[in-house]
Design a protein around this ligand. Structure first.
Ligand code: FHN
Length: 469
């Protein structure tokens, strides 16, 4: 065990109300929006098939030329209420929105930078409007902040000289000021999502990452902070040099998920983030970006896999330069939302089904345990003793084999889509066979109502003829 000052310390898995709410939400919307949405992947006639939010870097655009984009940030199509309603109808319970990406442009009128919405034609506090709109729809808000900053003269990738170190100290002071400013201007947010922390300069400043987490939690009690912020004394990231998670949840799963059978991840909270498009987070107006577009069924499959492993999924949207949503993303949100309308019991307030092994044809999820008896809903939507089977791949045999954990019995099976009873065959004490659904479209969800093997529900009812003492 290495003695660390800036590691995870004695932190145990958080289980306070804010963290429980975050965990129960399971599905969030990521929004990447900034000046990069205006050129949308093309600079001076040259389209670069790479993340649109990297264009300043990949097309070698000068700070001055990039900053000139602020004059075109005119918000003609910007309707944060529509953004929030689209996210809510999709079934997202929270949003994580970019306040400042790597190009340094701030969506709020920061007092510490001249490269903000205050320098755009409208001068509006775009971030404030977004926060208000999402909260009005009942969604929690997390603020994305890139520590990496191509605009700031004191940003350094590595600290090789004393001048580098002095500059980077000034940079960290600037970042601290901005983060305190964000926490004080928008104290209603639920958390902070850090990015751009992988360079040697940040890794050499585990002290700062630890300190800023503490400062934010002092300003906003219960604030939730992702692991990507953190480095320890030795520069280890996410997990400290003793293997303990830093921050409140692991945020290392980017455009990938843990393997469906990797139950080791259920030991801590985690969140994966995913693009709908090809590998671009900001709006990229090209066939290349479209070529990677995922279908609603693929998104639902990712969501089910995530929940079955105890994680959250943050699905990215990249609004266009004028602020309008991309029609294909709106349509996808609508289709995922239609699925969530009938199947969300397998997602919200759900997590891994303990003891149920990955079946290959889909994923099992189960309701999260309530914090205590007073949290138990009077009539749980899907009842205690339920496991949801999300069928994402139909076996050619047309049969779904189910292996039950020891001591568990399935009493009945119901399809969430129409409430119909689903017939099944019991092969022996521990195996079932369910006829696979015919549809190869959106995943089908079955609710398996459970009992303990050998437990007859009729015997659980008190017999009125017997005096109970
Ligand atoms: O470089 C960024 C990228 O633009 C995007 O913001 C993603 C989202 O997780 N994070 C970085 C890459 O890890």
């Amino acid at each position: 065990m290495i003695a660390l000052r800036y590691g995870a310390g004695s932190q145990v898995r958080r289980d306070d109300p804010a963290m429980r709410a975050f965990r129960a939400d399971r599905f969030g919307q990521f929004v990447h929006w900034g000046l990069y949405a205006l050129p949308a992947g093309t600079w001076k006639g040259r389209t670069i098939d790479f993340a649109a939010e990297f264009l300043m870097h990949s097309a070698h655009v000068s700070r001055k030329d990039w900053a000139a984009l602020a004059a075109e940030f005119t918000l003609e199509g910007f309707d944060p209420v529509e953004w929030a309603r689209t996210a809510k109808a999709m079934g997202a319970r929270y949003v994580t929105v970019t306040t400042k990406h790597h190009d340094g442009f701030c969506l709020w009128p920061s007092a510490y930078s001249d490269f903000t919405v205050a320098a755009t034609p409208s001068g509006r506090d775009v971030l404030g409007e977004i926060i208000e709109a999402y909260q009005a729809e009942g969604l929690a808000v997390h603020l994305y902040y890139s520590v990496l900053d191509w605009h700031h003269p004191d940003w350094r990738y590595a600290l090789e000289t004393d001048d580098d170190r002095a500059a980077f100290d000034r940079y960290l002071e600037f970042a601290t000021d901005q983060l305190v400013e964000l926490a004080e201007r928008y104290p209603q947010v639920r958390g902070f999502w850090f990015d751009g922390t992988w360079d040697a300069s940040v890794k050499a400043n585990g002290r700062w990452t630890c300190e800023i987490e503490r400062i934010l939690k002092e300003r906003i009690p219960g604030a939730i902070v992702n692991s990507r912020l953190r480095a320890d004394d030795l520069g280890a990231r996410h997990f400290d040099s003793n293997g303990a998670l830093m921050g409140d949840y692991e945020s290392g799963y980017e455009r990938r998920l843990p393997a469906p059978w990797d139950l080791s991840v259920t030991a801590h909270d985690w969140e994966a983030c995913a693009t709908i498009t090809q590998a671009t987070w900001g709006f990229h107006d090209s066939a290349w970006a479209d070529s990677g577009r995922k279908s609603p069924a693929q998104i639902v499959e990712q969501l089910a896999q995530t929940v079955s492993l105890g994680g959250n999924l943050l699905l990215n949207f990249g609004p266009r330069g004028d602020g309008s949503l991309v029609p294909a993303e709106v349509e996808l949100a609508r289709e995922v939302g239609a699925w969530m309308d009938v199947n969300s019991a397998a997602v919200h307030a759900s997590g891994p089904a303990n003891g149920w092994e990955y079946p290959g044809w889909g994923f099992y999820t189960a309701p999260l345990e309530p914090a205590d008896a007073s949290d138990t809903p009077a009539e749980p939507a899907h009842g205690a003793g339920v496991v949801h089977a999300v069928v994402t791949r139909i076996p050619v045999s047309g049969v779904l084999p189910v292996e039950l954990p020891p001591g568990v019995e399935v009493r009945s099976i119901r399809a969430l889509a129409d409430g119909a009873d689903v017939p099944f065959t019991v092969l022996d004490g521990r195996s079932l066979r369910i006829p696979a659904p015919a549809s190869a479209g959106m995943p089908v969800v079955f609710a398996l109502e459970l009992g303990a093997a050998g437990d007859d529900p009729a015997l659980r009812e008190p017999n009125p003829d017997v005096a109970l003492v």
